[in-house]
Ligand binder design. Structure first.
Ligand SMILES: [Fe+2]
Length: 161
């Protein structure tokens, strides 16, 4: 209900994004993130991304950076129903989903990103990122047409773990 791992890894994009000169990119503000647009031609060059794009087309790719010693506050995305994410580089961070339990507690579920691995992500559940002492770099994207997580999960079934 929160996320699903894709069964096709990134074979080229991960290393490209990891080895970019992160301190010297032309970052642009994007919903509180530093954002860097990644060329859409990557949909043909990376195995995992190509499989995804062939099942449900993508329109925008990007690298998102959040600063050290920060929490990106609990939210549901304003303009995105779902996405696919891949964690590129961090030191110590936690990506969490949440649902209220009672007056005192919130149930949390962590998405523990594995390297070279894409995850279908439900942006319409409450989520947050806790980031410790180094900048955190996440690959993310927009689908060409927004689609809810449940429908997308059915559509992407052949490439979900
Ligand atoms: Fe979000």
């Amino acid at each position: 209900m929160y996320y699903n791992q894709l069964n096709i890894k990134s074979d080229k994009l991960f290393d490209y994004l990891l080895n970019l000169p992160h301190d010297n990119l032309p970052w642009i503000e994007h919903f509180g993130f530093d954002g860097f647009d990644v060329d859409l031609s990557w949909v043909d060059k990376d195995a995992g991304l190509a499989a995804l794009h062939n099942l449900y087309p993508l329109k925008r790719l990007g690298l998102l950076r959040i600063p050290p010693n920060s929490i990106y506050d609990w939210h549901k995305d304003e303009y995105r129903l779902s996405t696919v994410n891949m964690l590129i580089k961090h030191d110590h961070s936690h990506s969490l989903f949440a649902k209220s339990r009672d007056n005192y507690y919130i149930n949390i579920t962590e998405l523990s990103y594995k390297p070279y691995t894409y995850y279908l992500f439900n942006n319409q559940e409450y989520h947050s990122v806790i980031n410790f002492s180094k900048p955190r770099y996440l690959f993310s994207l927009y689908f060409d047409k927004e689609l809810d997580y449940t429908s997308l999960k059915e559509l992407l079934h052949p490439i979900l773990l």
